[in-house]
Design a binder for this molecule. Sequence first.
Ligand SMILES: Nc1ncnc2c1ncn2[C@@H]1O[C@H](COP(=O)(O)OP(=O)(O)OP(=O)(O)O)[C@@H](O)[C@H]1O
Ligand SMILES: [Mg+2]
Length: 330
Amino acid sequence: MPAETVLQLLPTAAVLVDADDRVRLANGAALGMGIVHGTSIAVAELAQLVRAARRTSTTRVLELSLDSGGFPRRTLAVGARAQPLEDGEVALVVDDLTESRRVEAVRRDFVANVGHEIKTPVGALTLLTEAALGAGDDPDAVHHFLTRMQHEAQRLSRLVQELLDLSRLQGGEAPAETVDVAVDDVVEEAVDRARNAAEAKHIDIVRGGDSGLVVSGKESQLVTALCNLLDNAVAYSSEGTQIAVGVHARDQAVEIAVKDQGVGIADVDQERIFERFYRVDPARSRATGGTGLGLAIAKHIVSNHGGEIAVWSRPGAGSTFTIRLPAEAP
Ligand SMILES: Nc1ncnc2c1ncn2[C@@H]1O[C@H](COP(=O)(O)OP(=O)(O)OP(=O)(O)O)[C@@H](O)[C@H]1O
Ligand SMILES: [Mg+2]
């Protein structure tokens, strides 16, 4: 029967229960969620929901969590709806809400984090304004406070810009109008942008490896990703050290590695540095003006390009960040 075939294909669990609480029909999703066992409803709350709908002749809804049993153990957040039909029959549909609940939670965290990050520079601006007003007849002091206000304002606008970039990238769609991009150009542009900061710390950036490689995507985004890695390499290294940018063709991929001789990253932090706003040492990062978004942005760009980003690091010995992208025939 075509209707039953359609039911089988639905991601929503659908169950038909007769007047004696026997399951007459259950689709694949219902079995997958463990709602039905043999000819009965296996979850007590759902069985009650069905009886309540029949008894009151009204639609009943309920949200609950289901333990799928098995291994690995999964807990599902589901929304159930029991609809009375004729002759004591009841239709039960159950939607898996786990993913949307997870997304909501991420969004809530994100808003809280953003609020916190914006509060800091705004609070600083307020204090500095008061200080500048209070220092009315001391031009040196006024100049000092204004300089710091400028610094905080720049930080704030950089933060907002990064957030905008990130939300655009998180659309997840592959970059529109992908074109062939010469990896040499990406490296050249990114190194060029990092040069000022590097020179200020007497850090040498050397380039090596293969040339003439091509990837597919958006050049400006790839430059941003590599730039964020270079910015970090400069920010988290001491004066007079060296940074190496190496490009290599490996299997069907192009690897761009940024290797520094900086402070390095402990194992526990390596798992988290790609999260938004995660900073190993917030105090130190604040001094360098970091917001903890650079790597999150780099990761999104790389994954939107069908690639991946990896880190190798040891505290005291330095770090190597590697971007791997699918290679195009040159
Ligand atoms: N090359 C590196 N060497 C040592 N630590 C690093 C390196 N790259 C990143 N980290 C650590 O990872 C954290 C996250 O990096 P990320 O680039 O995402 O943020 P950020 O540099 O703090 O701020 P920004 O948003 O300005 O880039 C940093 O705060 C730093 O602690
Ligand atoms: Mg950074």
